[in-house]
Design a protein around this ligand. Sequence first.
Ligand code: ACO
Length: 362
Amino acid sequence: MRPLRWSFGNARHQRSNYQVIKNGVSIRRSKILGTGHYLPPIVRTNADLEKMVDTTDEWIVDRTGIRTRHIAPDGTGSSENIVTSDMATAAGKRALEAAGLKATDIDMIIVGTVTGDVPMPATAVFVQQKLGATHCASFDISAACAGFIFGLSIADKFIRAGAASRVLVIGVELLSRILDWGDRTTCILFGDGAGAVILGPTTDDSPNASAVLATSIHSDGALARSLIIPAGGSELPLTHERLDQQEHKVHMRGQDIFKVAVKNLVSASQEAMQTAGISPTEIDWVCPHQANLRIIDQVVSRLQVAPEKVLINIDRVGNTSSASVPILLDENIRSGKIKPGDTVLMCALGAGVAWGGALLRM
Ligand code: ACO
C-alpha cells in the first residue's frame, strides 16, 4: 500500500512522518532501532555490605538473589564524579551507534528517573545537551521502576500518532545517592545504571514484523507511602532535622510492595499479551524488572512461561529501578540471546505504585 504523507509544517518532519491507513485504521507502529546500556565502574559486593550494615551474604542471596551491584563514583565537584545524565548519555550514545543514527536524528528524549541530576530542570535536557540532540523535545517521567515502560508506552503512542519519528527512551537511576547506607532493608537492594532504546516508525504489518505490539501502564496511589522519599518536596521541605533523620532517603515497606508486585506484574503482562493476541507459549523471552528473584519466579510461574525463557541479571546488577529492563534487554541483544523476530515480554513495578507491561517483536 502506498503510504499517505501527512504535513506537519516542518520540513524535517515532512520527510519522516507518515501514516499508512488500511481499512480506515492506521497501521503505523513503532519498533526498536537500537539499544544501549551503561553500568558505572564500582562493583559493591554483599561482603562489602556486611561491613556496613547488620546483614549477611546468605540473607541477601536467599531473600533477593543479589550478589553484586554497580555504584557510580561520588566525587562531587571533581572530574571523577558521575551524575545521572552522564550514565543516561553513555547508554543513549550506545543506542544511537546500534541504530546507526546521529543525535540530531532524534526528535524526542524521554528519561524515566527518580534520581535526576537536580530537582529542576528535567534530567532529559542535560542528556539532550550532552548528546548534542539539538532538534528535540526532552522530558522526564517519574514512575520509579516502571519509568522505562511508561516512557516506552508514551514514545510508542507519539510514533503511532505520527507526531514523532525517532524517540530515545532512557531508564536511568543513581540510587546509591538517595539510599540510607545505614538501613539494611533498602541499601542491599539497589544499584546504579542506565539503559536506552531508540524507537522509530514501521508500516510493515506482516505477522512477524518487528514492532512494539502492545503496552499497558497503570498506577495506584493507595500504596504511595509504602515506597517513598518523605522529605525534599512541597509536603516536607528539607530542614536540618529532616536531613539528620534521613528523611531525604528511600523508605520502603518491602512486604507491601512484594505482594502487590507479583499480582500487578502478572496482570500487566497478561493485558499486554491479550492486546497483542499473543499467548504465553509464543513468548521467546521474558525481560522482567529485576527487583527480587522471588518476585520474578512467582510472576513467571503464574504466567505459565517456561523458566528457561526468563532473562536475569539481578545477581550482578541488583535493582536499578527504571534502568533495570532496558539494561537487561540490551545485554541480551548484544550477547545474541535475543534475536531478530523474537517476541519479548517486559514488565515492571515501582514506587507509586506504578506498573506496566510491554510486548515487543524484535
Ligand atoms: N539482612 C538481614 N536481615 C534483614 C535484612 C538484611 N539486609 N533486611 C531485613 N532483614 C530482616 C528484617 O528485619 C526481618 O527481621 P525480623 O523477622 O526479626 O523482624 C526479617 O529480615 C524479614 O524481613 P522482611 O522485610 O519480612 O523480608 P522479606 O522476605 O520481605 O524481604 C525485601 C525484604 C527483600 C525488601 C522484599 O520484601 C522485597 O523485595 N520487596 C519488594 C521490593 C520492590 O520490589 N521494590 C519495588 C521497586 S523499587 C523502586 O521503585 C525504586
